[in-house]
Design a protein around this ligand. Sequence first.
Ligand SMILES: Cc1cc2nc3c(=O)[nH]c(=O)nc-3n(C[C@H](O)[C@H](O)[C@H](O)COP(=O)(O)OP(=O)(O)OC[C@H]3O[C@@H](n4cnc5c(N)ncnc54)[C@H](O)[C@@H]3O)c2cc1C
Length: 456
Amino acid sequence: MSENLLTILIAALVLVPAVALYLRGLKTRDARARAAAEKGKLYSEGPKAQHPKIDTTYCIGCQSCTAVCPEGDVLAMLGGKAVIVSGYKCIGHGLCADVCPVGAITLVMANPSMEANMPYLTPEYETSIENIFIIGELGGLALIKNAVNQGRDCIDTITARMTARGGQRADDDVIDVVIVGAGPAGISASLRAIQNRLSYVTLERDEIGGTVAKYPRQKLVMTSPVEFPIYGKFNKLELTKEALIEFWQTVMRRVDFKVRTGESVEDVRRGDDGVFTVATSKGQHRARAVVLALGRAGIPRKLGVKGEELPKVMYRLLEADHYIKKNILVVGGGDSAIEAAMGLGHQPGNSVTLSYRKEAFSRIKERNAQRIEDCIRKGKVNVVFNSLPAEIHQDAVLLEVAGEVREIPNDYVFVFAGGSPPTDFLKKLGLQFGVKDVTLEASLEAQQEAKAAKRQ
Ligand SMILES: Cc1cc2nc3c(=O)[nH]c(=O)nc-3n(C[C@H](O)[C@H](O)[C@H](O)COP(=O)(O)OP(=O)(O)OC[C@H]3O[C@@H](n4cnc5c(N)ncnc54)[C@H](O)[C@@H]3O)c2cc1C
């Protein structure tokens, strides 16, 4: 046998199985993507809020986007291209768009059915009423980094407008901006207002920190690098809730930032002179601009059952280790309910029942789906699907399971039935709802321009 023939034979022996293996890998990957897409369809008709939009003409199938997504299988590879398989899991990290080397991914907002529930916003976060802005989760984009970015940028827009008008005016009873809410969006906006030397008042009906302050104790918070007003680049990717709040407080102390806590905003009216009167539970404030950073958590939704007024019924869990050797009912099927049930289930001597009205969990993080399965297997949590609490007594709960009433011993009830977002409040202010095409187009256009520049 000639030397050439031998080389070809060896190459064939190595290459053929390698190619076959590669093709089989592609097939498995596609099958997995199809399965995930089917599962995604089960839970929803598709993305409910912000989500990636893939331009398949540019996608080169490099898988950077699927590898980087912290939420797992929002995207998958199908036929060598990235596709959305579980769009409902997208919470707006935007890393897929950032890593795409060819600029094939753009982050877009809600689908048309969802848009009707969202306030109309310009790319500068301005509502349909001039000089009323909405930032943070209330505008539709979750995550702390988005809240911080929007808070900072929105105040820059207000500052630029004031500068264009010739700076601050002398009328002392009118401040530059009222910021409503002191979650990450409101804190960021307030710090930027201090940095930009605007006169401001920050109003918070509850406590500083917003939703973050209500996370369970020691919860690990995932963040992304962000330009934090006053401080500069904040690079931590993961830290506890307590460490994050301590960081905010250190920055706030540095500039003597003051929040009027326990003051709830009830109305905002614009006068003929363009000045807003912000009516609160404690009085009123007059300002040239208003920034609403209310979040979407709203007031916790109640079950509306007999006995719900008992002090043992609660709507958030801060310290799971405060509850040991207890019979506990957790109500709900989202991440908060599941995390609370698992936290309580791991405390010594607890008997935890998780009641959910549907037949399966939907729209929960993949990590939680796996962990709850594990808890069920180990007997840490007893999940009762298709069930609803019918009545709460001092030492028991009546649970309706598929038309049949069961009595279970009970010391505490934790309800995680979501909250009613402040939609009615926004409508009362006269804000327009529904994303106008022009907003989406403008923001898409800006993103596309940036992508095109990246491709060059
Ligand atoms: C369980 C859970 C875990 C999460 N984990 C993460 C994570 O790891 N990483 C991440 O990036 N994001 C996470 N998020 C999302 C993140 O917490 C939110 O996106 C973020 O807090 C939104 O910030 P915000 O300032 O827009 O609103 P919020 O933080 O909700 O703050 C809004 C504030 O406005 C106040 N307010 C509302 N109405 C009024 C009124 N009328 N008058 C005065 N004040 C008012 C509220 O009391 C509240 O303090 C998580 C969310 C939840 C629920």
